[in-house]
Design a protein around this ligand. Sequence first.
Ligand SMILES: C[S@@+](CC[C@H](N)C(=O)[O-])C[C@H]1O[C@@H](n2cnc3c(N)ncnc32)[C@H](O)[C@@H]1O
Length: 321
Amino acid sequence: MPTPLVSPMRASRKMLRCARSGLLVLCAVATATAVSSASAQTTPASSASQAVDVDVPFIVSPPAVTQAMLDIARVNARDYLIDLGAGDGRVVILAATRYGARGLGVEIDPQLVKRAQANAKAAKVEARAEFREEDLFKTDLSPASVVTMYLLPAVNLQLRERLLALKPGTRLVSHDWDMGDWQPDEERSVAAPDKPIGKDKTSRVMLWVVPAQMAGKWCGTDDAEATLTVSQRYQKAEGKLVVGSGKQRSEIRFRVTLSGNAFVLPLPDGDIPARINGDELEFLSTRVHAGFKLRRAAEADSCALPQRLVMHSTLEGTNSQ
Ligand SMILES: C[S@@+](CC[C@H](N)C(=O)[O-])C[C@H]1O[C@@H](n2cnc3c(N)ncnc32)[C@H](O)[C@@H]1O
C-alpha cells in the first residue's frame, strides 16, 4: 500500500486554499499529489513528488514561457531577479545563463531547492543564481529589479500591496495569473504545447511596472508658482496643474499613465515628459521654463508664492521708480 505523500490534514488545507482560488486544474493536480502516491504516476512529473505543505503546487513554466517572462521584463545583466516559488530554478537559471543577470529563487520545498542548486551548478551559474528554502511571504523583495511569479490568483492578490510598495520601476512578471484590478502594462499570449496542465496549451505572460506615488499635492519650487493636484489608482493618474496667478493663471486638466517614475503630460501643443524622484517632480522639456520642478506638499500646504518673493518683487518695483 503506497504511503500518502502528505497528511490528510495538510491535503485538505491545500484543497481549501485551492478552492478559494477558484483554480480547478491546479487544484486537481495539487490534490492528486497530496492524497495518493499511486496517482503520482498519472500527474505531471513536475508535481509528482512534492511532500511539503505549499501554497501553490509545483508545475513548471514551459521553456517558451520562461523565455517570454524574461523577454517581457527586458531582463539584462544589471538586473537582480527574484523568482517567488522557484521550482526547479529554471527562471533564475535562464536569466543568469542567457542575460548574465543575478537572481534568487525562493522555494519552500527543500527537495526542489536542492534540485535548483544542482541545475544552477550544471549550468555553471551557481555564483549568480542563488536558491533559498524560504516561505515567499517572508522574502525581502526590496533588492529586486525584477520579480517573477507562477503562483495562483489568490497568492498574487496577497502579495499585491508588498509588490506595489517596491521601488518605482521594479518589473513584475506573472505567468497566467493577474493582479485583480491592477491591469498589466503589457501582456503576451505564448503557445506552450508542452504545458503540463490545462486543455488550452497557451500561457498568458503579464508585466507590471511598479508606479511611483504621484497622488496628492505638489507645489512649484523657488519662484515658479504652480499647484499640481493628483489622484491615482495603480499606474493611472489624473489631476489638475495650475500655473501662475491672476491674469497669468493657466489651468490644465490631465490623465497620465505612469511607467515607473516617468510619465508624459499631454498638452495641446505637444507632450511634455516628466519624472518623479522621491519628493521632487521635474518636467524634462525646454518648452517648460528650465528647471521647472515641483515638490511634494501636504494637503493643507499653500502653494502660493512665498511672501518674501512677493515682498522682494514689490521692493524691486519701488526701487525702480
Ligand atoms: C507553479 S510552481 C512554479 C515554478 C517555477 N517558478 C516555474 O515557473 O517553473 C510554484 C512553486 O512555488 C512553490 N511554493 C509554493 N508555496 C510556496 C511558499 N509559500 N513559499 C515558497 N515557495 C512556494 C512550489 O513548491 C512550486 O515549486
